[in-house]
Every structure is written in structure tokens, then in C-alpha cells.
Design a protein around this ligand. Structure first.
Ligand code: FAD
Length: 298
């Protein structure tokens, strides 16, 4: 498809449309090549227009959140990458807080803590944006994103904008089951509490995380989903994989389900290490570890 067709079709979009944009700086791992097209709509209607255009022109479309659960291929990705950073409003209505998909979780948690609304502490330390947290049903042992979700606005695969209530939520462990829809706005039902008490819960959870996970290094968080009744990190450690290395990608010595980029790692190295660890765990336990991380591109 000539690139001029896509540019012309997106001419009415309120937002920024760029070509050949490097994705590595937008991911936590800092690896991967460029997106052919990078589209940043200013409004939900802009997201809907981009979805309709890509569908009509048969152009692949992906949504980038905070890039904290992504390995982008070294050759980058074809088609359009949508970035929702401009959907960044937070609105409070009593005990209900509504956030655009581009709001970062840390800023949402800060805002709710400041006004004395509790319930999102379970998401402390997750470096996602609201859209990515919903798509992955991000969470910790203390709870998940959908626990407090009361309403979700999405752009469906046909480009229509829909509001889903709890009756239509299908989320499971680490999967919001959006079925191709794009989350553009989420409302959370919270409860009043003393800001000091909320702050103390935040701090305790951050302290625990800092002591047990390599939070200051470049990673995607947990690489594999926990198999039923066990922890992927424990299995990887027991299979002797801590500090196993492929190029500049290393299995963390602090938490074996984290792979860290020690400098100039590549997506190819990351994938090779995933396969190696899967193989060793399979040989030792018969368990097939399933990646939680998303891989983009060939
Ligand atoms: C240091 C560190 C700690 C972490 N700790 C945790 C943890 O405790 N618990 C946990 O669950 N995860 C954790 N993670 C992983 C990661 O933060 C989560 O998976 C998070 O939900 C990813 O959100 P994101 O905005 O970064 O999405 P991205 O990584 O950008 O995207 C992830 C997936 O969501 C899709 N997506 C993004 N936005 C949207 C949208 N608006 N609509 C539809 N689909 C969308 C993308 O297309 C992609 O498939 C951690 C990661 C790091 C680096």
C-alpha cells in the first residue's frame, strides 16, 4: 500500500502522525526497531478513526501503552503503532475516579492518595499506563486492576466507541480479555481513607518490591505467567537459571522471573534466553512456562 494512502486517510485525525519512529526509547527494555507509522490521537474519536482507517486499508495496528511488558523485534514492526499519551485526564466524581488510557499508574496512584481515596494500592510499583494495566489486568498478590474497575470505555475492532460495565468484563489472571478492543478510558470505584494510612501502605509495598525485584534495571517485569499452584520464578531458580545470560540479556540474580538488559541487548537475545529457560524448566519439571511478556514483530 502506498504510504500516501494512509497519510491521506488519516488527514482528518486530530493528533500527530509520524513515519519510521524508533520504539526502543518507548519501552522499558530499551530494545527493538522502529514502527512504520506512529499515531498519537488527541481524542477517543481519533483512536476510532485510526482503527477504521487501518481496517479499511488492511494495515496492521498495535497499541503501545507504557511499554513495560513488551519486547519489540530488532527489525521493528510494520503498519501503525497507536500511542495514547494524549488521553491523560484524571477526573474525580465522589468516590469514583476516571482516567484516560494514557495516564500512568504512578500518577493515578499519587492523585488518588492525595485526595484520600484508597483501593489502588495493590498496583503500587507497576510501571504501566491505565490502558496497558487494563489490557493485561496487571496486579500483584494483593489484587488486580479489574478488582476496582466499574466502567471501561473501549474502541471496538469496527471503530465504534462502547462503554462496558462489570457485567461485560471477562478479565482473568494477567489478561483483561479485551478481544482486540482498545481501552481508552477506565473508571475505578474507590473508598475514602486517611491519606497517611494510604501512603504507609504504598511505602510498605514499594519497600518490599525494591528488596525482592531488580526494579532499577531494564526489564519487562515477570517474563512468564505463574503456572497454577506454583511461581515461575521459583521454577526458573530451581532449574539453575539465575544469572544465565544470552548476549546482554541476563536472568536476574535477585528474581529469576525477571530478565534484565545489561546494556546493548537485542530482541533476538531475549527470545533465545526465553527458549533456553523454557527448555531447562521443561526438562527438570515437565512444566511448559508460558510467556506473560508480549512479543511484537518478526
Ligand atoms: C519493573 C517492572 C515491574 C512490573 N511489575 C508488575 C506487577 O507487579 N504486576 C503486573 O501485572 N505487571 C508488572 N509488570 C509488567 C507490566 O507493567 C504490566 O504488564 C502492564 O500491565 C503493562 O502495561 P503497559 O502500559 O506498559 O503496556 P505495554 O507494555 O505497552 O503493552 C502491553 C500489552 O497491552 C496492550 N495495550 C496497551 N495499551 C492498550 C490499550 N489502551 N488498549 C488495549 N491494549 C493495550 C499492548 O498492545 C500489549 O499487548 C512490571 C514491569 C516492569 C518493567
Amino acid at each position: 500500500m502506498p504510504t500516501s494512502d494512509l497519510r491521506a486517510a488519516l488527514a482528518g485525525l486530530r493528533g500527530v502522525v509520524r513515519e519510521n519512529v524508533p520504539l526502543a526509547p518507548l519501552t522499558h527494555l530499551r530494545i527493538g526497531g522502529p514502527a512504520d507509522w506512529f499515531v498519537e490521537p488527541f481524542t477517543e474519536e481519533g483512536v476510532a478513526l485510526a482503527v477504521r482507517v487501518c481496517r479499511e486499508l488492511d494495515v496492521p495496528l498495535r497499541v503501545l501503552g507504557g511499554g513495560s511488558n513488551l519486547v519489540v523485534a530488532d527489525a521493528g514492526v510494520r503498519g501503525v503503532v497507536l500511542h495514547l499519551g494524549h488521553l491523560n485526564r484524571i477526573v474525580r466524581d465522589g468516590e469514583r475516579v476516571t482516567a484516560g488510557a494514557g495516564v500512568t499508574l504512578p500518577s493515578l496512584l499519587r492523585a488518588t492518595k492525595e485526595v484520600g481515596l484508597a483501593g489502588l494500592e495493590r498496583l503500587t510499583g507497576i510501571p504501566a499506563v491505565v490502558g496497558g494495566a487494563v489490557a493485561m489486568n496487571a496486579g500483584t498478590r494483593d489484587g488486580e486492576t479489574f478488582d476496582r474497575l466499574v466502567s471501561l470505555t473501549v474502541v471496538e475492532t469496527d471503530g465504534s466507541i462502547e462503554v462496558r460495565g462489570p457485567g461485560r468484563f471477562e478479565a482473568v489472571y494477567r489478561d483483561g480479555r479485551l478481544r482486540g478492543a482498545i481501552a481508552v478510558q477506565a473508571s475505578f470505584g474507590l473508598e475514602p481513607d486517611d491519606p497517611k494510612a494510604i501512603f504507609e501502605r504504598f511505602s510498605a509495598s514499594l519497600k518490599k518490591r525494591n528488596a525482592t525485584q531488580p526494579v532499577s534495571q531494564r526489564s519487562v517485569g515477570c517474563v512468564f505467567r505463574n503456572p497454577p499452584g506454583d511461581a515461575a520464578g521459583r521454577l526458573i531458580d530451581a532449574a539453575g537459571c539465575k544469572t544465565l545470560r544470552q548476549g546482554a540479556i541476563e536472568v536476574s540474580g535477585l528474581h529469576a522471573n525477571y530478565f534484565v538488559n545489561q546494556g546493548s541487548g537485542s530482541a533476538a537475545d531475549f527470545q533465545a534466553l526465553v527458549r533456553q529457560v523454557q527448555e531447562r524448566v521443561r526438562e527438570r519439571t515437565g512444566i511448559e512456562l508460558e510467556p506473560e511478556v508480549k512479543f511484537w514483530g518478526e
